[in-house]
Design a protein around this ligand. Structure first.
Ligand code: NOJ
Length: 559
């Protein structure tokens, strides 16, 4: 099968189905809701959709805990609805990337239900079971912590052993060292590819191989043991086999979620000659406003630019980057990376779009980002619905009441819930998301920020995204150009260039809600200059020294 690597010319839109569009009034987004919005997606111009999990699940972690890999979640509809959706996408030239969650299953998956029955059950070794420590085995087998907080092991009375869960206790880790598990995964991946899927976003993929013997680990950024289960000893062997035996037979793409990945490791996963994954999601840039990946700190633009430079150079000619600012695990990018935008929400949203979309890689647009949706004004800890918040509160235990105010302040900036409030379609009841009671509250700003309004306003963030996506299509400078940066130590301006065959795109983004002076770098000589795109109507037509207005951003073509 010839691999066209179509993703290199694509912009991917992420749908978190629970919050996208509800078709039957139960307050939960569903597949028929997605079907009703396919024309909207086509019109936006995106090439593919990444759909967060829509498989059967008891929803401890909103679908990232799968109880049947081959069927659709009851709240979302049926496999027939799904088939209609994928056909509808393909008819409109949109590809479908499904979430592949195979580090763990739900504890309600039939494999786990069997596995816990007895030590000699044929499914026992599908998961990672160990005897506990101490006289009666009542202490966990090692000191690893779960990614959500607390220990990574759960004791099970039936067989008196512990099972490993790197996420919630309802998400037991699969044992990838068991060839039967790998064969099951290959088979399941093939099942979806044969049904027409065009690729996979591989959830938590860097955790699938654990160090033999599961030794105790060290503390590292709020988690213990990750050096024992991240990029483990057999990971490349397992991914290469998945690629050779299944993926390479289809013209599909993969993107691996790779928390904590370095460029060297990124190249091992995505290097084209290695035949493992096509791209990875890295996290360094979304940690430029955090301490230990959780506590909020002031956004550091200088660090952010440095991260982009390293990854643009690091993968150039060898792999392919993923470009994102938002997803279902991150708070909204407004005001996260822009500070308080006041009356400049539209300018700030467009500026972030420019900053991202002229890099080399696959840009992702998360649902609602294209209309500039913002964080939700949560009032207290009880309003959050995420399992992660529940975990953190449980870990805090008796100290929670003492720290309540602080914990709430942290989540007000950092909670994943912010991205999970329903998409604001209209200014009408429940923002046009549902006729029922929405499963998550709707951001009160829906009367001003909604798709209907954005489509009617020619100057909206939505129309700007449309323009950018269209501009990117077939643009060889963006696809292949060399990356050069300017003003690397400026705390206000992100300025970079892309060079290709005697042409260059010169990108200037003012990240601040204030006027900032810009001086054309002395290295900048050209014979012809054209303003290609800008978030103000009257930005200068040629590149010159200027005072940038709040969030003013533009792209010039220099020849
Ligand atoms: C990453 C997913 O994006 C996140 O939502 C989920 O909680 C964990 N992996 C566990 O599957």
């Amino acid at each position: 099968m010839e691999r066209t690597r179509w993703y290199k010319d694509s912009v991917i839109y992420q749908i978190y189905p629970r919050s996208f569009m509800d078709s039957n009034g139960d307050g939960i987004g569903d597949i028929r809701g997605i079907i009703s919005k396919l024309d909207y997606l086509k019109d936006l111009g995106i090439n593919a959709v990444w759909l967060s999990p829509c498989y059967k699940s008891p929803n401890d972690d909103n679908g990232y805990d799968i109880s049947d890999y081959r069927d659709i979640m009851d709240e979302f509809g049926t496999l027939d609805d799904w088939k209609e959706m994928v056909n509808g996408m393909h008819e409109r030239g949109i590809k479908l990337i499904m979430d592949l969650v195979v580090n763990h299953t739900s504890d309600e998956h039939k494999w786990f239900q069997e596995s816990k029955k007895s030590k000699d059950n044929p499914y026992r070794d599908y998961y990672i079971w160990r005897k506990g420590k101490g006289k009666n085995g009542k202490r966990p087998p090692n000191n690893w912590t779960s990614r959500f907080g607390g220990r990574a092991w759960e004791y099970d009375e039936t067989t008196g052993e512990w099972y490993l869960h790197l996420f919630s206790k309802k998400q037991p880790d699969l044992n990838w060292d068991n060839p039967k598990v790998r064969a099951e995964v290959h088979d399941m991946v093939k099942y979806w590819l044969d049904l027409g899927v065009d690729g996979f976003r591989c959830d938590a993929i860097t955790y699938i191989s654990k160090v033999e013997g599961l030794p105790d680990g060290k503390w590292n950024i709020g988690i213990r043991g990750d050096e024992q289960f991240t990029h483990g000893p057999n990971i490349h062997k397992y991914l290469h086999a998945l690629n050779k035996e299944v993926l390479s037979n289809y013209d599909c793409m993969t993107v691996g979620e790779a928390s904590g990945v370095t460029i060297e490791q990124g190249l091992l996963y995505t290097g084209e000659d290695r035949e493992e994954l096509d791209t990875v999601f890295t996290f360094e840039h979304v940690n430029c406003d955090t301490i230990a990946q959780l506590l909020p700190k002031k956004f550091n633009l200088v660090q952010f630019k440095k991260v982009f430079r390293r990854w643009q150079w690091g993968l150039f000619g060898k792999g392919w980057n993923s470009l994102y600012l938002e997803n279902h695990d991150q708070p909204r990018s407004l005001p996260r990376f822009t500070g308080d935008y006041g009356e400049y929400r539209k300018e700030a949203g467009k500026m972030l779009a420019i900053a991202m979309h002229f890099h080399q890689g696959v840009p992702y647009v998360y649902q609602g980002q294209e209309i500039g949706m913002t964080n939700y004004p949560f009032k207290n800890l009880d309003e959050y619905q995420d399992v992660l918040v529940a975990y953190v509160r449980k870990v805090l235990g008796v100290f929670e009441p003492l720290l309540k105010g602080f914990v709430h302040k942290v989540f007000l900036k950092r909670a994943r819930d912010h991205a999970r409030t329903p998409v604001q379609w209209t200014a009408g009841e429940n923002a046009g998301f549902t006729t029922g009671r929405p499963w998550m509250p709707i951001n009160p700003n829906y009367t001003e920020i909604n798709v209907e309004e954005a489509m009617a306003d020619p100057d909206s963030i939505y129309h700007f995204y449309k323009k950018l996506i269209a501009y990117r299509k077939g643009n060889e400078i963006i696809r292949n150009g060399l990356y050069k940066t300017n003003y690397t130590s400026s705390k206000d301006i992100f300025c970079y260039e892309r060079w290709y065959e005697g042409k260059r795109l010169f990108v200037i983004c003012n990240f601040k809600n204030k006027e900032v002076k810009f001086k054309v770098p002395s290295s900048c000589a050209y014979s012809h200059c054209n303003l290609e795109i800008s978030n103000y109507k009257d930005s200068p037509e040629t590149l010159q020294n200027m005072t940038l207005r709040p969030y003013e951003s533009m792209v010039y073509l220099l020849v």
